[in-house]
Design a binder for this molecule. Sequence first.
Ligand SMILES: Cc1ncc(C[n+]2csc(CCOP(=O)(O)OP(=O)(O)O)c2C)c(N)n1
Length: 227
Amino acid sequence: MECSCSLLDLTYCQIQTTSDYPDILKHENNLVTMKERLFKSYPDSEISWFHYIRLKNHQSKVYLGNSLPIRYWDFVGGPSPNEVWANRGANGIDGQISSFLGWVLSSRSQIHSYIGVFGDLTAFYDIQSFWIYHQYKEKFKKLNIQIWIINNQGGQIFQKLLRDPVFLNQHSLRFNKISEMFDITYYRFESPAQCDDSVLKTPGLKIIEVLPNMEQQMHFDREWSQV
Ligand SMILES: Cc1ncc(C[n+]2csc(CCOP(=O)(O)OP(=O)(O)O)c2C)c(N)n1
């Protein structure tokens, strides 16, 4: 059996004989146990936020913006939501919130809960997309729409891929004024423990800005890389 796994890759297993199955299952179980332990040890890390968001929203329709959100959503696993969408056409970080809001507005499904998860740079690229809220306020009010912005203060995918801070575009900006401008309900949390269930159940469009603990994320990554 050949098996490799890292934060950014899907687990890859090449099965040679059926006698490998018990080993593979044992290995997979160990990984799941390890992940659960790390979620508990580092509850405010970026990846633990995804664990939390995924657990809380298994009955929603989900849209994932670039770039770590797609990878982390995949990594954490857990109950499958009704549908997961993305707009990976040209792999751009532009137009992601527009795509999400357009998708919500055009949906004829019986499901009334939609979540979109975006990186901070991705969100900055598409700030003007919120103008549409005013055009369709009444429709948006009838739905439960959560726009999660994972503000890890830059394009952290490049920290993982290239390890050169120049690609990060690091910043210390926050999204509260944007919600003020567009008159959209806004929350900001530093830990899932601060996020009350009532926030997630409130109808209407909400921006939920998350400030993950990057030191915890570093510890999470370090321990996971030793598996
Ligand atoms: C229009 C466009 N410009 C630049 C890029 C290159 N790019 C890919 S990912 C990324 C950073 C994304 O940062 P963020 O949205 O904060 O997500 P994170 O990496 O932190 O998850 C950039 C600039 C792109 N894909 N599309």
